[in-house]
Design a binder for this molecule. Structure first.
Ligand SMILES: Nc1ncnc2c1ncn2[C@@H]1O[C@H](COP(=O)(O)OP(=O)(O)OP(=O)(O)O)[C@@H](O)[C@H]1O
Ligand SMILES: [Mg+2]
Length: 291
């Protein structure tokens, strides 16, 4: 069965402000990372995709059909974890999942089976009876992920699922997401590059409502080669250069201090970096001093 989501010229205006500006993109199976700084329009895009908000213009087609025409069918095909979501503090994880399953229209038996399977998937079996009010941030995010997976959705839309998690919990959640992504379209919004570094097949770069690129991580990294450089020098020299490149990152290694700069062209005296990564891509295109 095909699994293809096509977004065409999608626009969202809030009054006279354009939060999303003619975004066109095709999403296929696997994880697509949606990278952008605060206010870039990530949540806006996700709310439009999940029909939680009215678009100003554009189309969203799932396997060729406009999702607005699919109505309830579309909602049954998607799983969504909104960025800010109230949880039912007094319910247990299991009760919450039963409740969400009923909202999704699952039968009792399906709800029971899937809840058991999903609690296992997100490592919450042992805590299934505990009130959500007693959960850590990571446990809450895992409950939300499980809830989004009820009904076996073909499209998963995750808005900053790792927000507020410590590094260990981030990795755990990321692994869960990688596990479930194989046969689904997964769109994962974040401004934390490491969240998608190991799991994303492709990355969308969103800046001020505009889609700058949708490419494989490898291609994005290749495009940043020669635009990321290290300036080695004394502390004072680096301070001076840092005034020009305030987003440059000061590093310290065996040779002393260095400033890692993302700029096109690189300033004189800068040695092009050989170890360019997705973090540099983010810095160059989304927050660089000359982006
Ligand atoms: N309901 C609204 N009314 C007016 N402006 C809004 C509304 N919702 C969002 N915006 C504006 O639209 C822009 C995009 O917001 P959005 O929440 O989509 O960004 P985001 O990429 O999800 O940011 P964050 O990383 O902070 O979650 C921002 O400038 C925001 O202030
Ligand atoms: Mg957001």
């Amino acid at each position: 069965m095909p699994n293809r989501l096509e977004i065409q010229n999608l626009r969202k205006n809030y009054g006279s402000f354009t939060a999303l500006d003619s975004v066109s993109v095709i999403l296929e199976q696997g994880v697509t990372g949606l990278l952008g700084a605060n206010g870039a329009g990530k949540s806006t895009l996700m709310k439009l995709m999940t029909d939680h908000m009215k678009r100003t213009e554009g189309h969203i087609l799932y396997n060729g059909t406009e999702v607005l025409e699919m109505g309830a069918k579309w909602r049954s095909l998607i799983g969504y974890t909104p960025q800010l979501q109230g949880l039912y503090e007094d319910s247990s994880a299991r009760q919450f999942l039963y409740y969400m399953a009923s909202l999704k229209g699952l039968r009792r038996r399906q709800a029971k089976e899937q809840t058991a399977r999903l609690l296992q998937l997100v490592n919450l079996e042992a805590a299934a009876h505990r009130k959500i009010g007693t959960f850590s941030g990571g446990m809450r995010q895992r409950v939300l992920l499980a809830a989004a997976l009820l009904g076996d959705p073909q499209v998963l839309i995750l808005d900053e699922p790792t927000a507020g998690l410590d590094p260990e919990e981030r990795i755990r959640l990321r692994n869960h997401i990688a596990d479930i992504a194989r046969e689904r379209i997964v769109l994962l919004a974040t401004h934390v590059v490491s969240d998608i570094e190991c799991v994303a097949n492709s990355v969308m770069l969103l800046k001020a409502g505009k889609l700058l690129a949708h490419e494989s991580p490898q291609k994005l990294i290749a495009s940043a080669q020669g635009k990321i450089g290290m300036f080695y020098g004394g502390y004072e020299e680096i301070r001076v250069l840092q005034n020009q490149y305030p987003k440059g990152e000061v590093k310290q290694n065996q040779q002393g201090f260095a400033l890692r700069i993302a700029a096109d062209p690189l300033p004189e005296g800068c040695v092009p970096a050989q170890d360019v990564g997705l973090e540099d891509v983010y810095r160059l295109y989304l927050e660089g001093d000359h982006a």
